[in-house]
Design a binder for this molecule. Structure first.
Ligand SMILES: *Cc1c(COP(=O)(O)O)cnc(C)c1O
Length: 365
């Protein structure tokens, strides 16, 4: 058996003709940057999530950097995020000169609202929850605390396109929400792409300027900005992908059902879903005390898995200057040491899912 962690070609092939058509349409239009395809996609995607404005950018990373910048956050300011965030979530903060403050995750890998209030200081300028693995954080509680302190929320939605809490989608709880369309994400482009969503018309204008040399009008830079725009070919393809986002989510949820029902090995802790939420399973993350042995065992059987992520941000070499040490965020460190991501993607064949289940159940430690 040869089971890869992900095979992007299989997801592409589910709607190959439509992607090829969209690509040709964009190519033949003769207009490649800031055109109709992007405008369409910005409208479609913001409507899908339930936000007023969409601002397409070059990556999820740029979306996060611009979101923090648009809120006027910089040196001397603090932004609260999760200790188990992806490093790009934290770069959104530090690339603006601001300081990240970490809150530990709950048992669902999202920001623990019980620990949020203690992290708020007079320097706090925003809260940045990360909906890790495709499972929305406890946004109702987080929103309550943010409102109490009058703090804006920036949601990192790079892994959770379509995830919901009480029927409300991730990405609609914040002042600015940021999505990535990196090829492996629940909605993936064929290259890099990302988007900021907001309901605020001033922030919409500001984000549009920030992604376009700080200008509203070509060659008139009102503020300093960068050049980060989603191109027409990616936007045209993302409009196709958006049509099938719900189908592909169901495809992954069917795989997750099989894993949840089929994996019975007591050495494995399966992921749980909080009541009233919908998990879209960008990542199916299990915990295992004997992780290295498990990964080797699976590799021998031809099964490739992932780790998301092996080093928590506070222990990353780039953040040595923040002065953290091992033991400062034990929950994030525990996840970093024990997590294993199983293959899960739209187009993954049943026999491969069965092979993963069988292999894991035969792991004896
Ligand atoms: C992928 C990802 C990002 C960055 O998105 P890119 O498009 O790859 O720049 C940010 N945060 C999280 C949680 C991610 O998974």
């Amino acid at each position: 058996m040869d089971v890869k962690f992900t095979v992007l070609q299989r997801t592409f092939e589910l709607h190959k003709e439509e992607y090829e058509e969209a690509t040709l349409r964009a190519l033949r239009s003769g207009w490649y940057v800031l055109g109709k395809e992007l405008e369409n996609f910005e409208n479609q995607f913001s409507q899908y999530i339930g936000m007023k404005y969409g601002i397409g950018v070059n990556s999820g990373q740029d979306a996060l950097i611009l979101a923090v910048r648009a809120l006027g956050i910089g040196e001397g300011d603090e932004v609260i995020t999760q200790s188990n965030a992806y490093i790009a979530s934290v770069f959104g903060i530090t690339e603006n000169g601001a300081t990240p403050v970490f809150v530990e995750p709950d048992e669902y890998f999202g920001m623990d609202p019980e620990k949020l209030e203690a992290a708020i200081t007079p320097k706090t300028k925003a809260i940045l929850p990360v909906h890790l693995y495709g499972h929305i954080c406890n946004m109702e509680k987080i929103r309550e605390i943010a409102d109490k302190y009058n703090l804006p929320i920036i949601e990192d939605c790079a892994q959770c396109h379509g995830s919901k809490i009480n029927g409300v989608k991730a990405g609609s709880f914040s002042t600015i929400s940021c999505f990535s369309f990196y090829p492996t994400k629940p909605l993936g482009a064929f290259g890099d792409a990302g988007i900021c969503l907001t309901n605020d018309s001033d922030l919409n204008e500001k984000l549009r300027m920030l992604r376009f040399y700080g200008s509203r009008q070509k060659y008139v830079s009102e503020i300093t900005g960068i050049n980060t725009r989603m191109d027409e070919i990616q936007a045209a393809n993302l409009s196709v992908g958006l049509k099938y986002l719900e189908d592909e989510k169901i495809y992954r949820q069917n795989i997750s059902d099989k894993y949840l029902n089929g994996i019975t090995n007591p050495l494995i802790k399966l992921p749980e879903t909080r009541e009233n939420t919908e998990h879209v399973y960008h990542i199916f993350g299990i915990l295992c005390d004997k992780r290295d042995e498990l990964i080797d065992f699976l590799a021998e059987k031809g099964i490739q898995v992932g780790i998301h992520y092996p080093i928590p941000p506070h222990l990353s070499p780039c953040y040595e200057y923040l002065g953290y040490k091992k033991g400062d965020f034990p929950i994030a460190e525990k996840y970093a040491d024990h997590e294993v991501s199983l293959p899960i993607y739209a187009g993954m064949p049943d026999n491969e899912v069965e092979a993963v289940i069988e292999a894991i159940n035969s792991f004896a430690g």
